[in-house]
Design a protein around this ligand. Structure first.
Ligand code: PLP
Length: 367
């Protein structure tokens, strides 16, 4: 048997007829940018998340960049961010010429709330929280810290569509929640797409302007904007995906539960789920001291795995200028050497998960 890490065509084929109809109807409508489908999706998505407003955008990275921008975060400002995250989170800060201040993760892989306060200076403007791998960060503590220190919270929900903390969905705790609908995300378009949610009408209005050259009325440009629009085809597809998301999450949970109950190997640690939180398991990440051996062992058995992420942002070449070195963030760095993401995707079948588990349970480190 061969088990891929992802197989996007499985999800497509399952509803091929629907997708063909959806795309054709947009093509036939003669309206391709910022129309009925985008309005519908924004409305459906804000209702799903439980916020007042949603603005569809071009990508998750744009959502993060523009979120910081409309909060007026820029040169000279510091933004607190988890050291253990995808580089896009950090790029959103540096793209606005602000400075990232990294904080180590807790045992749930998310920012360690107890380590945030000591990183706050008089330049700190915001905490950019990431709900990594599909699980909410420690929002009680983070909201309290933000409140006590008058900091904005921006949430990177690119991996956490629908994940909750105290029964509230991620994206609703801060000023702005940022989502990606990149094809492999829990809700994925067939191309690039993103969105923000907010409860603040002014931020909503600003985001609507900034995504479309700074104008709400054509050719009346009130601010300096960009082109970061969600297109009608992707919006129509996302509307369909959102309406089937509950069923998809159940399928995903079946695989996750199977992994959680049946992986039994002393060398392999399973992910923990925080009390008061639910995970949408964007990724199923295990940990082992013998990560490279395990990855090669699985590869030899035709099982594809990935590492999220092999090089933490502070050590990536792109951020040489920040002058961090090995051991700057030892917990994050250790994770990057011990974590491994198992196959988990739309259309994956239980037999495939069983094969993965059987192989994992037989893994022994080389003597
Ligand atoms: C995918 C992702 C992004 C970026 O989203 P894009 O739509 O690819 O721009 C940002 N942050 C995290 C944590 C992500 O996983």
């Amino acid at each position: 048997m061969e088990v891929k890490f992802n197989q996007l065509d499985r999800g497509f084929k399952k509803y091929q007829n629907d997708y063909e109809k959806i795309v054709m109807s947009v093509l036939e409508s003669g309206w391709y940018i910022l129309g009925e489908q985008v309005r519908l999706f924004e409305n459906n998505f804000k209702n799903y998340i439980g916020s007042k407003y949603c603005v569809g955008l071009n990508s998750g990275l744009d959502a993060l960049i523009l979120a910081l921008r409309i909060l007026n975060i820029g040169e000279g400002d510091e933004v607190i961010v988890p050291a253990n995250t995808y580089i896009a989170t950090v790029l959103a800060i540096t793209e606005n010429k602000a400075t990232p201040v990294f904080v180590e993760p807790d045992e749930y892989y998310n920012i360690n709330a107890d380590e945030i306060t000591k990183s706050i200076t008089n330049k700190t403007k915001a905490i950019l929280v990431v709900h990594l791998y599909g699980q909410a960060a420690n929002m009680d503590k983070i909201c309290k810290i933000a409140n006590d220190n008058k900091l904005f919270i921006v949430e990177d929900c690119a991996q956490s569509h629908g994940a909750t903390y105290n029964n509230r969905k991620t994206g609703t705790f801060g000023e702005i929640g940022c989502f990606s609908f990149y094809p492999t995300k829990n809700i994925g378009a067939f191309g690039d797409a993103g969105a923000i949610v907010t409860n603040d009408f002014n931020l909503y209005n600003k985001m609507k302007m900034i995504r479309n050259y700074g104008s709400l009325t054509k050719y009346y440009n009130e601010i300096q904007g960009v082109n970061s629009r969600l297109d009608e085809i992707q919006a129509a597809i996302l509307n369909f995906k959102l309406s089937h998301y509950k069923e998809y999450l159940c399928e995903r949970k079946e695989i996750v539960d199977y992994y959680s109950k049946n992986i039994k190997n002393n060398y392999i640690n399973l992910p923990l789920v925080r009390r008061n939180a639910t995970s949408v398991f964007h990724l199923f990440v295990v940990q082992t001291e013998y990560r490279n051996e395990l990855q090669n062992y699985l590869k030899a058995r035709d099982i594809e795995t990935q590492i999220h992420y092999p090089i933490p942002p502070h050590l990536s070449k792109a951020y040489e200028n920040l002058n961090y070195s090995i051991n700057s963030f030892p917990i994050t760095e250790k994770l990057s050497n011990t974590i491994l993401s198992l196959p988990l995707y739309e259309g994956m079948v239980l037999d495939e998960a069983k094969y993965v588990v059987d192989c994992l349970n037989m893994f022994k480190k080389d003597e």
